[in-house]
Design a protein around this ligand. Structure first.
Ligand code: ZN
Length: 76
């Protein structure tokens, strides 16, 4: 393997990593202070999303043995 190719690959990876730093909320370039977001506002938006989603997830989802039946004979 050539060192040149390895160097090139490393540089390429660095470039991609730098490019990937975008705000997941509004896709603007992220800033160091609020990484990975572009601003504190977007960070808060993401946090709110995350929290509302966490609340939406049912704490316990136990399927009812009575309601869940493979076949319900309703003719008769
Ligand atoms: Zn943003």
């Amino acid at each position: 393997m050539s060192d040149k190719i390895a160097d090139l690959a490393a540089r390429r990876a660095q470039k991609i990593r730098a490019k990937a730093r975008k705000c997941p909320i509004c896709r603007k370039p992220a800033v160091e202070a609020s990484r990975p977001f572009c601003s504190e506002r977007c960070r808060k938006i993401d946090l709110d999303h995350w929290r509302s989603e966490a609340y939406r997830v049912p704490v316990e989802e136990v399927p009812d043995a009575d309601t869940v039946s493979p076949k319900a004979p309703e003719d008769g």
